[in-house]
Design a protein around this ligand. Structure first.
Ligand code: AMP
Ligand code: MG
Length: 335
């Protein structure tokens, strides 16, 4: 019997709210917004500038985001990634440099995280998505088949060739592309003479320029409330969390984040916010820590001094608990 299922996809401004912008810098503030990456609001804020004008910056950022989605998105039928995934076993020549860069970065994160981060997890992600549509968890056999198709060591990059060494493999850049795209948007603004600014894509943020940003961290229990605020200098702040996106099968929530080592959805943490020197790395790390869970994640962060994190989980009595890196402790923060 088909069980009633609900797949809930909540795409909204979540997790991180830019509250106050720069504390210490007075500049002319200009702001614009457009929608991209599946309907996410992308907010661009520029403070001081040496040349050019904001309206043309905004258009250039929008077309830059669109160009990168046409490369990275597995959901756009003719994107580079979609074509790679459709190819099956073999190599593509002439791959776009942006894709090669992001795949190389992904390989490094995969190594560093012992496989918790793995962009070849596509077949297992698809399996769980289909399972949610059908209202039943995947069978052991289906999982075994999908897991056979996962493995970063089977993705090879030689010059401008990207090779998938097994048929049925698929690349999913969902855990790092948004960060990479907002980093690139920041590069566009810098090139165009903006001295300080923010790009905020649905709560994932890249900030640049001298000064200090104050960023509000949303309370996972109540989207209208803040858990606290943190102060950052330039860099990225990215959140992974199952309260944003999950599938419900038979009344149980399943995260869209998969542990590539087991093929099971990651279920220990409610949300992970990572602060780091750029948004792509913070994005990858937030997903990896969601997979690792609290203990492994906190241990891992000790080896990564340039990153800080806020990790929220539910206790056995369903109350929410929060851990944060010492470097963030000075900020006003009240779990
Ligand atoms: P994020 O919201 O940044 O944590 O990214 C989650 C998305 O990345 C999922 O919707 C999948 O498309 C993909 N994904 C899921 N699990 C992993 C993983 N362990 N490593 C890399 N990508 C993943
Ligand atoms: Mg991520």
């Amino acid at each position: 019997m088909m069980k009633k299922i609900t797949t809930i996809v909540i795409i909204a401004a979540v997790a991180v709210l830019i509250m106050i912008g720069f504390r210490s810098v007075v500049g002319r503030r200009q702001e614009g917004i457009f929608y991209a990456m599946g309907g996410i609001p992308v907010r661009v804020v520029a403070y001081d500038r040496t040349k050019g004008d904001f309206e043309s910056d905004l258009r250039e950022v929008e077309s830059c985001v669109d160009r990168l989605e046409n490369i990275f998105s597995r959901h756009r039928a003719d994107s580079d990634v979609a074509r790679l995934n459709a190819m099956g076993e073999g190599c593509t020549g002439d791959a776009s440099p942006a894709l090669i860069d992001l795949l190389r970065k992904s390989q490094r994160w995969s190594e560093k995280t012992g496989g918790a981060f793995d962009v070849t997890v596509g077949p297992v992600v698809s399996l769980w998505k289909d399972a949610a549509k059908m209202g039943r968890v995947p069978t052991e056999d289906d999982l075994a088949v999908a897991r056979e198709r996962v493995g970063m060591e089977r993705l090879r990059i030689v010059d401008d060739n990207i090779c998938l060494e097994r048929s049925g493999m698929s690349i999913d850049l969902g855990a790092i592309a948004k960060g990479a795209i907002i980093d690139e948007a920041v590069s566009v603004l810098r090139r165009n003479g903006v001295v300080r600014g923010i790009v905020d894509a649905g709560g994932d943020v890249a900030a640049f320029g001298d000064g200090e940003f104050r960023i509000g961290i949303q309370d996972p229990r109540d989207r209208k409330k803040l858990m606290g605020t943190i102060s950052i200098e330039e860099g990225g702040v990215v959140t992974s969390g199952d309260y944003e996106r999950y599938a419900a099968i038979g009344g149980r929530r399943y995260s869209h984040i998969i542990d590539p080592r087991t093929g099971e959805p990651a279920d220990e943490l409610v949300s992970v916010t990572v602060v780091g020197p750029d948004a792509a790395d913070a994005d990858a790390l937030a997903t990896a820590i969601s997979v690792m869970g609290r203990e492994e994640g906190i241990e891992f962060l000790k080896e990564m001094p340039s990153f800080q994190a806020i990790i929220a989980w539910r206790e056995a009595d369903d109350s929410l608990n929060v851990w944060r890196s010492e470097g963030l402790a000075a900020s006003s923060f009240s779990p």
